[in-house]
Design a protein around this ligand. Structure first.
Ligand code: MN
Length: 201
């Protein structure tokens, strides 16, 4: 089995009250686990199984839909757990803070644009902050697609992602996606975002 479920980098109740324990347990232990299982199944006996996930996503148009859905699901959730943390949400500083101000005008304007991308994504999908050779851009994608995929409308390297599937928030917030999106900022791990941006550049 080439792909494995990464452990959560904190306890499932660590992000309370912003993201609740049961949501985290089901989201990681059931949803992400299923993406991993189904990705392994979809790539069984396929030469792509030995390649890094980023390389698979960059050629996703040549692969079956099950690889797109489950490979995207595996990559997106692996990123998601790591860009969240306990007591996150401090203002982004350093290079990433400066780049956000340069490309969006201010951190608040960036947050507004990012939240809007999450709110206007109809149905299931993701909001993204991506690096395009150092320039920061906000995007969104349907289902488990992401900006690394060759079929993506807006391409780049994800440095921050927000899951807006109902399974990410429905137990606590029900239909109030806006409340989940507002709460998200309290648990963003800006050190991880900064490090992803440094690598992406
Ligand atoms: Mn999810």
């Amino acid at each position: 089995m080439p792909f494995t479920l990464p452990a959560l980098p904190y306890a499932p109740d660590a992000l309370e009250p912003f993201i609740d324990k049961m949501t985290m347990e089901i989201h990681h232990g059931k949803h992400h686990a299923a993406y991993v299982t189904n990705l392994n199944k979809a790539l069984e006996g396929n030469e792509w199984a030995s390649k890094p996930i980023e390389e698979i996503l960059a050629s996703i148009s040549k692969l079956p839909m099950a690889v797109r859905n489950n490979g995207g699901g595996h990559y997106n959730h692996s990123l998601f757990w790591n860009i969240l943390k306990v007591n996150g949400g401090k203002a982004p500083g350093g290079d990433i803070g400066a780049a956000i101000t340069r490309d969006f005008g201010s951190v608040d304007k960036f947050k507004e644009q990012f939240a809007n991308a999450g709110m206007t994504r109809f149905g299931s999908g993701w909001a993204w902050l991506i690096s395009q050779h150092g320039k920061l851009v906000v995007a969104s994608s349907p289902n488990q697609d992401n900006p690394l995929m060759d079929i993506a409308e807006v391409k780049g390297v994800p440095v921050l992602g927000m899951d807006v599937w109902e399974h990410a928030y429905y137990l606590k917030y029900q239909n109030r996606r806006a409340d989940y999106v507002a709460a998200f900022w309290n648990v963003v791990n800006w050190d991880e975002v900064a490090s992803r941006y440094a690598t992406a550049k």
